[in-house]
Design a protein around this ligand. Structure first.
Ligand SMILES: Cc1cc2nc3c(=O)[nH]c(=O)nc-3n(C[C@H](O)[C@H](O)[C@H](O)COP(=O)(O)OP(=O)(O)OC[C@H]3O[C@@H](n4cnc5c(N)ncnc54)[C@H](O)[C@@H]3O)c2cc1C
Length: 445
């Protein structure tokens, strides 16, 4: 029997499992599936932990999420078409719910699909290699509870281990002399720690923007956002200031590229993450940065050098879940022989063409258009549950405009579900006044 392994039971790996379950429901024969998941539960980054550094098994902690994290794009852009939020919660919910709400929703879909039986929890994949003679992959996994390592063979491998977990932490001159806490956003858990403090946030992409906003909301005294690029243009509250990149640190004094200085109590590196696959043999290892088109991946998912290997969700994500489903269905259909892949040269040319098209984009709106077209392209080739991608793109545009108007209040807006057509309720409390991220609180709106 054909054997498939899915590595990781976060949203993208779970989408892969759901795609196979959907085939079962249609009466099709599917391969044998084994999903390895290093955490004790599913949900990937959405499976919050208080831990930082190493987990209870001595493995690097996976989740980078923090208390009071709310969606950074409206839920309307990631609602599952085959499992609406209304089906799960019995009513419509606000457009920017908290992490806890999202975790519950992710779990609801996979419980309904009954895919837990395929997952081996607390099992970390240590090595994946391909044997050219036998044409199979050998996958070495480590059961962390029994502390036992074993190797199994598979015909196909789907890597769904995410890429927002291994910190990219650059060195800044003198950082070792800093007298205070230096942490990466991966280890940021609770903004209350920084109440009444002066903090420096290095990096102004999504994590930097969100962590600076959270620290403001939770009462820090001042936030300096230092970064490489031109100013973001957002209208920050008075206590948040953008400055050029950090040049050096001497004890608590930070000097920036324009030679301005500031004394701070803590430094939070919001400097992004590495695509990190220490378990892949080097000839199978994806080397990528956080962008929309990924080198060497045909259709953004198929490893051109060996089309029995797939990488899911390796792109930067405007849509996340809504992109993972078409990717997963596409991969499933290749594995089940319903879609053929072209030869290696054609696959590499496809990947190159995607990079060139992304590079031709002028702004963030072009990036959103790019990913919307990508979703449509994959969905058109599969029987993946489809949704109105153009309408979702308009929601993304609106979200961006709201953010440009006021980054501290864009989460107070609400949109109509593209799955059920129902309008989300307006939040009773504004985002800045709402300190309760529990599911109960979010669902009372
Ligand atoms: C702070 C933060 C906020 C975010 N906010 C949003 C948001 O508001 N909206 C949105 O759409 N997206 C958001 N994202 C993006 C997020 O990447 C996706 O929502 C989604 O979690 C990606 O799913 P994934 O399954 O590809 O990866 P992950 O969620 O990272 O899951 C990967 C899984 O693989 C497992 N794994 C890793 N290595 C191994 C191994 N060797 N062996 C076995 N298992 C392994 C991990 O334990 C994990 O369960 C956010 C990301 C971050 C970091």
């Amino acid at each position: 029997m054909i054997k498939v392994t899915v590595i990781g039971a976060g949203p993208s790996g779970l989408a892969q499992l759901c795609s196979f379950q959907c085939a079962v429901q249609k009466g099709l024969d599917i391969p044998e599936i084994v999903c390895y998941e290093k955490q004790d539960d599913w949900g990937g980054l959405w499976n919050y932990t208080w831990r930082t550094g190493l987990d209870q098994y001595g493995e690097p902690v996976h989740s980078s999420m923090y208390c009071d994290l709310r969606l950074n794009t409206p839920k309307e852009c990631l609602e599952f078409v085959d499992y609406s939020l209304e089906e799960h919660f019995g009513k419509q919910i606000p457009s920017y719910p908290s992490r806890a709400v999202l975790f519950d929703y992710i779990e609801g879909r996979v419980k309904k699909a009954d895919v837990r039986k395929w997952i081996r929890f607390h099992t970390v994949v240590r090595h994946v290699a391909y044997n050219d003679v036998t044409s199979v992959f050998s996958v070495t996994a480590h059961d962390l509870i029994r502390d036992m390592q074993y190797t199994e063979e598979f015909n196909y491998v789907v890597v769904a281990t995410g890429h927002f977990s291994t910190p990219n932490a650059p060195y800044f001159d003198g950082i070792e002399t800093f007298c205070g806490r230096v942490l990466h956003s991966h280890d940021f858990r609770d903004a209350r720690e920084f109440k009444d403090k002066d903090i420096l946030v290095v990096g102004a992409s999504l994590s930097g923007q969100d962590i600076a906003s959270h620290c403001w909301k939770y009462g820090c005294r001042s936030v300096i956002i230092s970064h490489l690029n031109p100013p973001t243009g957002y209208k920050w509250p008075e206590i948040i200031k953008e400055v050029p990149l950090l040049k050096k640190i001497e004890k608590n004094t930070c000097t920036f590229e324009d030679d301005s200085t500031a004394d701070v109590d803590a430094v939070i590196l919001c400097t992004g993450y590495l695509h990190h696959f220490p378990f892949m043999a080097s000839e199978l290892k994806l080397r990528a940065t956080n962008r929309l088109a990924i080198p060497n991946l045909y259709k953004g998912v198929v490893w051109a050098d060996n089309p029995k290997l797939f990488y899911l969700g390796m792109q930067n994500q405007f849509y996340a879940f809504a992109m993972f489903d078409p990717q997963a269905w596409y991969v499933r259909d290749i594995i089940m022989g319903r879609i053929d892949v072209p030869d290696r040269d054609a696959m590499l040319a496809d990947a190159e063409d995607r990079l060139a098209r992304e590079n031709a984009g002028k702004d963030v709106y072009d990036e959103m258009r790019y990913q919307s077209e990508y979703i449509k392209e994959l969905a058109a080739d599969t029987a993946c549950p489809s949704f109105d991608v153009d309408a979702a793109r308009e929601v993304l545009f609106q979200c961006r405009k709201h953010k440009n108007e006021d980054i501290m209040s864009f989460r107070n807006n609400y949109f109509k579900s593209l799955v059920t057509g129902t309008m989300a309720p307006m939040r009773q409390k504004l985002w800045k006044d709402d300190f309760d991220d529990s599911m109960e609180s979010c669902l009372c709106d």
